[in-house]
Design a protein around this ligand. Structure first.
Ligand code: AMP
Length: 353
C-alpha cells in the first residue's frame, strides 16, 4: 500500500505507562522512533523512548510541538481529554480514530453502540440524579453494579448493590458523576479477544484468552481458553463486527462474559490490552507489534498462537517475587516503576502451560 510509514518514522504515544513502554519497544524493533507525551517525569514509556514531552494535557504549546514532531499519533489509555485531541487531530492522524475513543470513554455510549450492532450487553439504565437512581433500581433490580460512566478503570468507580435500598448510598458515592446501573451477569467465565484492523480493513484476532480478576483487577490470563470452537468463532466474528463498524485502525481489547445465553460484551478498550500480554511469548507477532504495524499502515502480522501461555500480573508487592521468578522458566516483563503501591501493576510474567 502507498501510505506505509517508512522505517525511521516517529510514532507519537499519548501516555507513558507500561502499555506505552511495550509499544515503544515493539516500535523500536520495527525501526521506528517513539515520542511519549506524559505529564509525569520518569515514566515507564519515557525511559525507553527517543523523545519525551513532559507536559499536561491542557498545555496547548506542548501539544502543538508534539503534533508537529510525530508522523502518527496513538494512545495507551482512553481517558484523553477531548480538548487535547481537538488540537492534535489538526496536526496528525490519530489511530485508533476518535469515534472509537468517544464510545469507550462513556459506558452509556458504549452499551448503546454495542446494542445497535445486535451484540448483547448487561441490561443497563442511565443514572444522573436521585429520581433516575430509584427508577434504575426498579427496572434493573439486584444484584447490580453502579458504575461511573466515565473515567473508571480496574474496578474503580464501581459499587455492587445487593439490596434495592443500597442504591441511595451507592449513588451518593458517585458524587453526582453520571453513572449507569448494570445488571449483574452470572457468567461462567470471563474471556477477551484482542483484535487488530489494518488501514486496508484487514482484521486479525488473537486466540481468545480466559481471564481471572481479583478485586476488579486482571490477575491471570490463560490461553487456550476452555471455549468451544463455535464460541471462539463467535468471539472473533463479534470483535470483527465492532472493528469494522468503527472503521477501526489498531488493536482493540474486547472483554466478554461467557453465559449460557451466549457471549455478552462487558467493555471495549481501543488500545493494546493487559489480557493480550500473553502474545509476547505465545505468538510471533505480539499485540504491541500488531498495533504499531496497523497504525503505521503496514500489513498485519501473523497472530497465531504457537505456545500455550498463562500470564500473571505482578501487582504491588508481587514485584518482590522477581528473585524467585527469575529462577523459573517464566518470561519476565518489568515496567520500571520506582514506587510500589497496592494495586499498582509493576510487571507481568508469561509462563508456558
Ligand atoms: P469493568 O471495569 O467494567 O471491566 O469491571 C471489572 C470487573 O468487574 C469485570 O472484569 C468483572 O469481573 C466485574 N464486572 C463488571 N461488570 C459486571 C457485570 N455487569 N456483571 C458481573 N460482573 C461484572
Amino acid at each position: 500500500m502507498d501510505n506505509q510509514l517508512p522505517i525511521g518514522s516517529t510514532i507519537g504515544i499519548l501516555g507513558g505507562g507500561q502499555l506505552g513502554r511495550m509499544l515503544s519497544l515493539a516500535a523500536s524493533r520495527l525501526g521506528m522512533n517513539t515520542h511519549i507525551f506524559e505529564p509525569n517525569i520518569n515514566s515507564p514509556a519515557g525511559r525507553v523512548s527517543q523523545h519525551v514531552t513532559t507536559a499536561s494535557y491542557d498545555d496547548v504549546e506542548a501539544l502543538q510541538a508534539f503534533g508537529q514532531a510525530v508522523d502518527v499519533i496513538t494512545y495507551e489509555f482512553e481517558n484523553i481529554p477531548t480538548s487535547a485531541l481537538d488540537i492534535l487531530e489538526n496536526m496528525s492522524t490519530i489511530y485508533p480514530g476518535r469515534g472509537a475513543l468517544a464510545i469507550s470513554q462513556d459506558r452509556l455510549a458504549e452499551k448503546n453502540f454495542l446494542n445497535s450492532l445486535g451484540l448483547q450487553t448487561a441490561p443497563f439504565a442511565n443514572v444522573e440524579n436521585d429520581k433516575e437512581a430509584v427508577s434504575a433500581i426498579a427496572s434493573i433490580g439486584t444484584p447490580s453494579i453502579l458504575k461511573t460512566r466515565r473515567m473508571g478503570y480496574d474496578g474503580k468507580g464501581q459499587v455492587k448493590i445487593t439490596k434495592p435500598t443500597q442504591i441511595h448510598t451507592a449513588w451518593n458515592t458517585m458524587q453526582g458523576s453520571a453513572s449507569i446501573l448494570e445488571g449483574f451477569i452470572d457468567f461462567n467465565q470471563e474471556v477477551s479477544v484482542i483484535a487488530a484492523r489494518s488501514v486496508d480493513g484487514e482484521v486479525s484476532c488473537y486466540d481468545p484468552s480466559e481471564n481471572v480478576h481479583h478485586d476488579g483487577i486482571l490477575h491471570t490470563t490463560k490461553v487456550p481458553s476452555s471455549l468451544s470452537t463455535p464460541q471462539r468463532v463467535d468471539a472473533a466474528l463479534l470483535a470483527g463486527k465492532i472493528l469494522n463498524a468503527l472503521q477501526y485502525v489498531g488493536v482493540m481489547g474486547v472483554e466478554l462474559f461467557v453465559t449460557p445465553n451466549g457471549l455478552v460484551v462487558n467493555e471495549i478498550a481501543p488500545r493494546v490490552h493487559n489480557s493480550g500480554h500473553w502474545t509476547q511469548n505465545g505468538c510471533d507477532i505480539c499485540q504491541f507489534e500488531q498495533h504499531i504495524r496497523a497504525i503505521a499502515g503496514w500489513p498485519l502480522g501473523d497472530g497465531s498462537r504457537h505456545t500455550d501461555i498463562t500470564m500473571e500480573n505482578l501487582i504491588g508487592e508481587d514485584i518482590n517475587r522477581i528473585p524467585e521468578l527469575c529462577k523459573s522458566s517464566a518470561a519476565l516483563h518489568i515496567y520500571g516503576k520506582e514506587e510500589i503501591k497496592p494495586g499498582r501493576k509493576m510487571g507481568h510474567v508469561n509462563k508456558r502451560n
